[in-house]
Design a protein around this ligand. Sequence first.
Ligand code: PXL
Length: 284
Amino acid sequence: MPSNKNMIKPYKRLLTIQDISCVGQCSLTVALPILSACGHETAVLPSAVLSAHTAFNHFSFRDLTEDMPIIEQYWNQEQIKFDAFYIGYLGNRNQIQYVKSIMKSTANANCLKIIDPAMADNGKLYTGFDQSYVESMKKLCEEADYLLPNLTELCLLTDTNYREEYDESYIDKMLSKLKMFCSGTIILTGVNFIHGYTGVIIYDGKTKSYYKHKQLPQNCHGTGDVFASTFTGVLLKNNDVYDAVKIACDYTLECMIHTIQDNSHWYGTKFEITLPNLISRLSK
Ligand code: PXL
């Protein structure tokens, strides 16, 4: 038994709310293993159960909206509280009010809210979402301590046309617009205004940093979930935000390198092979 209190490592209990896509390496099937590997107790609230994610041609979709207030009621009865929330893909816009209520009634003091407004990529909304979902998502974003949009989501949240080619001022205008209703730190993924490089911008309203790395010839599906889960896991180990972004970027890149070697692996990111490297990096 450790006698010195300082020997006790940070052990956080967090709640992640996102879907279970039974097949497809995204959402909970990515978040759970990564957050556990980072050493956190992770509770889950599935927003929906899909046979596979929405990039597949055909998929079943079981909406779990009705369960949300019931589960909240039981948690309140048991006085269950969380140190952090990580919110990802939600099933529909009605879930946003329940997610807000759950975050309010089950938060410990100093609880962190990490929100990935997962709804779009490559200039398009995911199948099943429309403009009314975007409008509701803006309301959820107001609550974030850390908001993790990709470029398409940033465009949607700021009513800006999506462009494939752009300069820094295009990004800066959107960041300022988002900052008007999101007081948290913005972590913007997939930013490549320097030829051959891609990276992540961290913007807290005063300071802007850019962590970049060489761009790979190909993108992979599900990298946003690998990045957001790793960022959350690393941040909750009392790392600063820049370190959490750096470690999450490096790990995501490593996973992508494994994935693109296999041409048939179009639907997800092979994050499992290199998970031991993330664990050993964190235990240093
Ligand atoms: O990776 C984001 C994501 C999460 N959940 C579902 C999805 C997607 C992206 O396509 O369809 C169900």
